[in-house]
Design a protein around this ligand. Structure first.
Ligand SMILES: [Zn+2]
Length: 696
């Protein structure tokens, strides 16, 4: 855990122009900088950076915030990871909250494995370029496969010498412990206690995590020798679980986000060749059939996936079932077949980037249609096979969470297969029901789980990745949200309604979202915006109980005014701003904007960034200044209109509750509601009386 002082220090030091400039070419425009937005396909510079506010914002897609938000979004890092990233950039030492001895040991062990892997990667890369065998055998092989030198460097491809302990000797002589060399699987311990290399005599492909750390290696033999396996992988370890990794994800994530699409290929050479062709949004599950973890990893960046298959791939049929899993995760799946005898690797060598991309765009086909046609071609007129085919397609359709999409596919497949729609509909509904039941089951289990007393062992999140380099800069990172954090929220229609007894009591008859459209909510946001910008500024003088003159800050004034009428903000986040701001407003040098911009609660700091940066003010800073002078008038006005709108809204909803059948049949309940209504109208009366005396 990083302590708050360090977080503050990092955010204060990080210069937004410098941080953004690492990724975006910025041009000065007035007091700000502008550039092409890295988060959407930007044609005209929409990305504004304000050095004065230390904030950035895209005025087309809305992304931005402070330096931490920018790094989180751009590098797809968690908050603590982004803090560490920036701390490294600015050479700020991270103060950790204390960890237990056990946590430290675990943390260090994992860190050591990454350190050893990185040493190995550097060693293999160095061997490839700077030894005679490396150049004559390894480099020659890559070049003969048509891979350009810049791509060899980008993917950190390497070579392990054709001696079975060359790496082990080097590593041990550099002081790397045997324990970690064995645990990472780089070396194997012989019976006599000596180490031998796992990858010797092979070209080596490092595997990177989504944040660029080396978790594993895959190595290919060069001589066609029947006695040894063509490919050798790192064994699974504390840091490497095969089912969680995708080859190329680190190099692809930006392109996937930008194109909002991910290509999935079969092998790592396909990934590398496609990069060389300029198609960078591509990953491979390499050998394993696709797992749920891998699907969710892709889903962090996009829901659009196109599967690329060799023209003569025998793997298509085998992988069909795995694709249903993609459907059930709510992904949009397309399929592309290369011409007979071609794979992405060979195809990319025969065509330039434009042709390659054009081919994909013109030939990719919707998965369900593809599957229907493929199976129909197999079944021909065999009635049994046709029956199986309908069941199979219906099952795929039944996996799709979105009902409208299911309906569209049902219609299309009925037409392709030349059968009645109802046949597919009935069949697919079985699978929909089954999934709903499974979901109910899971919800039930989760409820039971939550009811159990908390397990102290689970109190701390696991410490995952530790050290790596990014563009040559070592980067440390801490707990990464597990893939579980990225489970897509099921479509509403798939969530069964909660049982009657779980429904909230009738007082909460209004949906929160309805109220956020109400007039009062606009005013509420205006007030919170003023608190975040100017909360600590002295606002007015009042007399306290002893008749002493006392100065109130802006936030204190708002808080007192709301309290007077026993009102509070509707949005919990807004309430948090008020409470926390009130707690700290008399701290030395306290600034609301600084406090909330650097708040560890991401929702809060994002909101603060949003409230601090508006186009109008970013581009015309000079005209913003008068706002400070106007707040004396703005605040009471906003407060008044907030209160009036809020109470009117509350009254409207209270009245509408009276007409609900539950209430009309229940006299006691109806009286309670009427009493509440009168109370509200009394407050409204008070407010208008009070304010009519005040000249605004
Ligand atoms: Zn944008």
């Amino acid at each position: 855990m990083i302590d708050r002082t360090t977080i503050d220090k990092v955010i204060d030091t990080a210069n937004i122009v410098e941080v953004v400039s690492d990724f975006v070419t910025l041009k000065k425009r007035g007091v700000n900088y502008v550039g092409l937005c890295p988060f959407h396909d930007d044609k005209t510079p929409s990305f504004y950076v304000s050095p004065a506010k230390n904030l950035c914002k895209c005025f087309a897609c809305g992304k931005g915030g402070n330096a931490v938000h920018f790094i989180m979004e751009h590098e797809q890092l968690s908050f603590p990871e982004a803090i560490r990233w920036l701390a490294k950039k600015y050479h700020i030492e991270i103060e950790e909250k204390e960890m237990t001895a056990e946590e430290i040991a675990q943390h260090n062990a994992r860190e050591s494995l990454f350190v050893v892997n990185e040493f190995a990667r550097d060693y293999f890369v160095d061997t490839l370029h700077h030894t005679e065998d490396g150049r004559n055998i390894g480099l020659a092989y890559f070049r003969q496969r048509g891979i350009r030198d810049d791509i060899i460097q980008k993917f950190q491809l390497g070579y392990s010498l054709n001696r079975n302990n060359a790496f082990a000797k080097e590593a041990e002589s550099k002081g790397y412990k045997k324990e970690f060399l064995v645990k990472t699987g780089l070396c194997i311990e012989n019976a006599d206690g000596n180490l031998r290399d796992r990858f010797w005599g092979r070209v080596v492909f490092p595997w990177h995590t989504v944040t660029g750390k080396v978790v594993a290696f895959n190595a290919r033999v060069l001589q066609s020798n029947a006695k040894v396996a063509k490919y050798v992988n790192s064994p699974e370890s504390e840091i490497y679980l095969k089912r969680k990794e995708l080859y190329g994800i680190y190099f692809a994530k930006q392109a996937i986000i930008k194109q909002d699409k991910c290509y999935l290929v079969e092998g790592q050479m396909d990934v590398i060749s496609m990069h060389q062709s300029g198609v960078e949004n591509v990953v491979a599950s390499s050998g394993t059939s696709l797992t749920l973890e891998q699907i969710r990893l892709i889903h962090r960046f996009t829901k659009n996936v196109t599967l690329l298959y060799d023209g003569d791939s025998a793997g298509i049929h085998a992988s069909l079932r795995g694709i249903d899993m993609l459907l059930s995760e709510g992904m949009n799946i397309k399929v592309l077949l290369f011409p007979d005898g071609e794979d992405p690797d060979s195809f990319s060598h025969k065509h330039n980037a434009t042709e390659f991309q054009k081919y994909i765009q013109e030939n990719e086909e919707d998965f369900i249609r593809f599957k229907a046609r493929l199976l129909l071609n197999d079944a021909k007129n065999d009635p049994i096979k046709r029956g199986e085919l309908i069941a199979d397609i219906s099952q795929s359709i039944g996996q799709i969470p979105d009902r409208i999409l299911r309906f569209t596919y049902t219609q299309e497949c009925a037409s392709i297969l030349n059968v009645d729609e109802r046949l597919i509909l009935n069949e697919s509904e079985k699978y929909v029901k089954r999934r709903q039941e499974a979901l109910l089951d899971r919800m039930q289990k989760e409820r039971e789980e939550q009811a159990k007393p908390a397990n102290p062992l689970n109190a701390n999140p696991p410490i995952v990745d530790t050290t790596t380099t990014f563009n040559g800069v070592p980067v440390e990172s801490v707990p990464i949200p597990s893939n579980e954090d990225f489970i897509p929220i099921p479509e509403r229609e798939d969530v069964p309604p909660p049982p009657e007894e779980m429904l909230p009591p009738h007082q909460t008859f209004i949906l929160a979202s309805d109220r956020e459209k109400a007039e009062f909510y606009v005013k509420e946001k205006e007030l919170v915006k003023l608190i975040i910008r100017y909360g600590e500024l002295p606002f007015c003088k009042v007399a306290d109980e002893d008749g002493q003159e006392k100065e109130l800050t802006l936030i204190e004034f708002i808080s007192a005014d709301l309290q007077q009428d026993d009102l509070q903000f509707h949005n919990p986040l807004h309430r948090q701003v008020l409470t926390e701001g009130m707690t700290h407003v008399h701290d030395k040098d306290f600034s609301c904007s600084h406090y909330f911009l650097t708040h560890p609660n991401q929702e809060l700091s994002r909101m603060a960034a949003d409230f601090m940066s508006e186009r109008y003010e970013l581009s015309r800073r000079y005209e913003m200044e008068p706002e400070k002078d106007r707040i004396r008038f703005m605040v009471p006005q906003y407060l008044l209109s907030f209160k009036i709108a809020f109470i009117k809204d509350e009254m409207k909803h209270t009245l509408s509750a009276l007409t609900s059948p539950d209430v009309t049949n229940n006299k006691e309940e109806a009286e309670k509601i009427m009493a509440h209504y009168h109370e509200l109208s009394q407050i409204l009366n008070d407010i208008t009386k009070r304010t009519s005396r005040v000249v605004m």
